[in-house]
Design a protein. Sequence first.
Length: 307
Amino acid sequence: GIILGIRFLNYYEGILSAFKHGFFASISATTNAGFDLTDESLSPFSADYYVQSVIIVLMIVGAIGFPVMVEVYEFLLNLNRRKKFHFTLYTKLTTITFVLLTVVGAVVIYIFDSQHFFTNKSWHQSFFYSLFNSVTTKSAGLATMNINDFTPSNQLFLSILMFIGGSPSSASGGIRTTTFAIIILAIVFYAQGKSSIKIFRRELLSEDVLKSFIVITTGALLCLFSILVLSITENGTVLEVIFEVSSAFGTNGLSLGLTPRLSTFGQILIIILMFIGRVGIVTCLLILRGKGSKEKIKYPKEKVTIG
């Protein structure tokens, strides 16, 4: 807040106004809230790479997961003790997935609009537009441009990134990065004919793999149902509805302009999606399931043809 406040002295009249915007922007980025005081998000700072860099770091801190931050803190404390520190499988998996999604996301965003939005942009403009949009789709919802300026293919790709969201135990929504990573690993290992998933000298629990498939399937069905319903009840294109639903489920906040035009029913549905996306599908299913009971009867197992 202090760093941004000092920078904002160049944009706002008076120290109070500058630091007010600085602290608000820092909290909004760190908590992935996506709110702003400018009515233009961060578009006024589209050429200020200093402000964008600070915001990008804050968005990453909020989206990468608090357990990761705790382990990094413990690792730094351990440097002086010269003891070997072991990061957990969760931290390794979620960090690598987060970084890969960010880097690949930025590259794909640039490629999809290289002949459109980025045509007349310099290399540094293209770099920051691509990187910022890749990071903000993790859940932050802040924008340095009008998303409508992107091509439909890029808008659809951003919807996928928002659906994935950030890391578990963070300020993000969506299915989470670990879920996505486990799904990809499960497909790769199954294609190789292996019955278990081994990574970083650890083997994933079958229960975690099953949970990942349940989360992504439930999330996909929930979003698909919402898209079908909103495409009927709302006055918007299919792409606008897809983007709106993905943004809500990922608790992102980006929009192609449909949000102000939502009906009361549409607003309620979007609110429900935001709640489920933020709390988490597993938590919501556990709430619905209740305590449950142990199965007293078991039947013979039988194979079923799949695929």
